[in-house]
Design a protein. Structure first.
Length: 253
């Protein structure tokens, strides 16, 4: 079992061959299954984590700052905190695990097109609402400014709009910095580098991908595009689920 833990074999045949070569014992695949089950070994999907995570001090420092702002926000209705990030969705199905019958396995077609939608989003964890700019062009400084203007429009009644966001280059372009000088209500709180675990909008993006592209096939791009906009513009229909999925119980790595 130590070898399995260290090598993460992809199928039972690999385990069967290892046992045969190492111990001279030949098991059937079904016997391998029983052996694995007996030892509490299950088929798992790896979890990804940043390769260069920030120090614990930086991670906890960000969380404490967020919580201080949250406390202020309770007594200051002119303030809002938003978690900001970009994402892109390719017009392509992403196959993943599902429950079903082995006798009737699902087979998806693949799309030959490279069409994709890019989006910039700002998520309010308290209200569970999303402001998004979704487009087909590449994301650049001009799109960032367009997005920030949209945020200002939506939160026109707020004196302080705190944006928790990463250090993507287009967020720090010269024209973006110049725009920010003219809009002091926007306060940028940069996340520690390599810390997507602290950006709560990442959980929303996982939900969106699960709803739209994981085991979901769209023959036509226009159908896919319409489905994306329909979901992003009707998140209020999923509020109960989002309240469970997206909380400020941060994950530390």
């Amino acid at each position: 079992m130590k070898w399995i833990k260290e090598n993460a074999p992809g199928n039972r045949e690999i385990i069967k061959d290892f046992i045969s070569k190492s111990f001279g014992i030949v098991y059937t695949v079904s016997a391998i299954s029983k052996l694995l089950k007996k030892n509490g070994i299950k088929r798992l999907k790896p979890k990804l984590t940043p390769g260069k995570p920030p120090s614990l001090a930086k991670q906890y420092g960000f969380i404490l700052h967020y919580l201080r702002l949250k406390k202020l926000q309770r007594n200051d209705k002119s303030m809002v905190q938003l978690f900001v990030d970009g994402m892109h969705l390719v017009h392509q199905v992403i196959p993943t695990f599902y429950w079903g019958s082995c006798k009737d396995r699902i087979v998806f077609n693949t799309n030959s097109s490279r069409n994709r939608l890019n989006m910039l989003g700002a998520y309010d964890v308290e209200a569970h609402t999303l402001v998004h700019l979704t487009f087909e062009a590449n994301c650049d400084a001009e799109k960032v400014i367009e997005f920030l203007e949209l945020v200002c429009k939506v939160y026109h009644d707020k004196d302080s709009i705190v944006l928790h966001m990463d250090n993507a280059p287009y967020f720090h372009a010269k024209i973006v910095r110049e725009w920010l000088k003219k809009h002091p209500q926007i306060v940028i709180n940069a996340l520690p580098a390599y810390a997507p675990n602290l950006n709560l909008i990442e959980r929303l993006w996982r939900f969106v991908k699960g709803e739209l592209v994981r085991n979901r096939y769209y023959e036509k791009y226009k159908t896919f595009r319409a489905k994306v906009f329909r979901l992003l513009n009707s998140l209020q229909d999923h509020t109960n689920k989002l309240k469970t999925l997206i909380t400020d119980n941060f994950e530390i790595v």
